[in-house]
Design a protein around this ligand. Sequence first.
Ligand SMILES: [Zn+2]
Length: 373
Amino acid sequence: MIKAFKYRLYPNTAQVRELEIMLETHRRLYNECLAQRKERYETAQESVKYTQQSAWFKSARGANDWYARLNFSSAQATMRRLDKAFQAFFRRIKTGDKPGYPRFKARGRFDSWTYPAHGDGARLLDGKLRLQHIGVVRVRQHRPAQGTIKTVQIKIEAGKWFVIASCEIGDAPPPRTEDTAVGIDIGLEHFLSTDQGEQVDNPRYQKEALRRLRVVGRAVSRKKKGSRNRGKAVSKLRSIHARVSNKRRDHHHKVARDFVSRYAFIAAESLTVKNMVRNRRLSRSISDAGWSQFLNILRAKAESAGSVFVEVPPQGTSQACSGCGAVVRKALSVRQHRCPECGLSLQRDVNAARNILARGQARMEPVWLNVAH
Ligand SMILES: [Zn+2]
């Protein structure tokens, strides 16, 4: 099973220039190879093979400095890409479809190149991407790639650079058959609440660390810019941040492991932090909880254990009654759900978690029924 992981790249100015040159060189190679094929087809009705172009390129790079700077395998991948376009063209001729001769790629219409073997010209490791002739580019690896990286693609989208790692993640695990399902509500009071009333508390260390961060932060701003003491205070600040984020990740892994071990079906609300953070007073506790990181970890663990993981839109899950569906409007400060229609009284978050579970199961019905029966 192949799974792709896409991460944003943060190249420095010099690297941006190099990336642009590399993309442009790949584009020119693509177009030059297309021109060769076009000419041969028009003059002799013959097709040029990929292997012929690969051999031509080998000698061409001796005379062309731009081509010489391309990683050989990645250049081959670009020529293969053209070859694929031609194969599709010939296929369409055979089937009588509109043939659509492969086109020259204008600037801006060619947005990527590929390294077909990880480690040959490109290596992604620990938040860094090492590219031949470019150097080490910073990567924002919001969630780790799983399995073994096979190919690496570099892509530009709307002026932003990305790396896409295609990974072999092994056989998909067999789906679990136990009838164990859980709905999870994102809490403010608690880290999370389940439909069964289980609650995991918010990790408190960040609150404690926050106090220290404030003290050290003030120390930083008191010290003179560029001074040695300021440098010391800044690195202290950084190390507190790093410690907090490590602890938080550990906590997320622990909770996710526990849930995946117990449940074959997990429904959680898809996180729209933007909506929640609008209330500024809440924003601190939300970022404390680091929900999106937790959901990523939970999803990855569920997938590799054969559990079903669904995210459902959270709209209305706290207002609707999980007993009868009536809408029971309540402010955020009201922590208890009391339904005037059916008399259900539940903790607010637990009611929401029940709605989330129901929504997730409704959404997954066909699959879920197969799994359950
Ligand atoms: Zn009700």
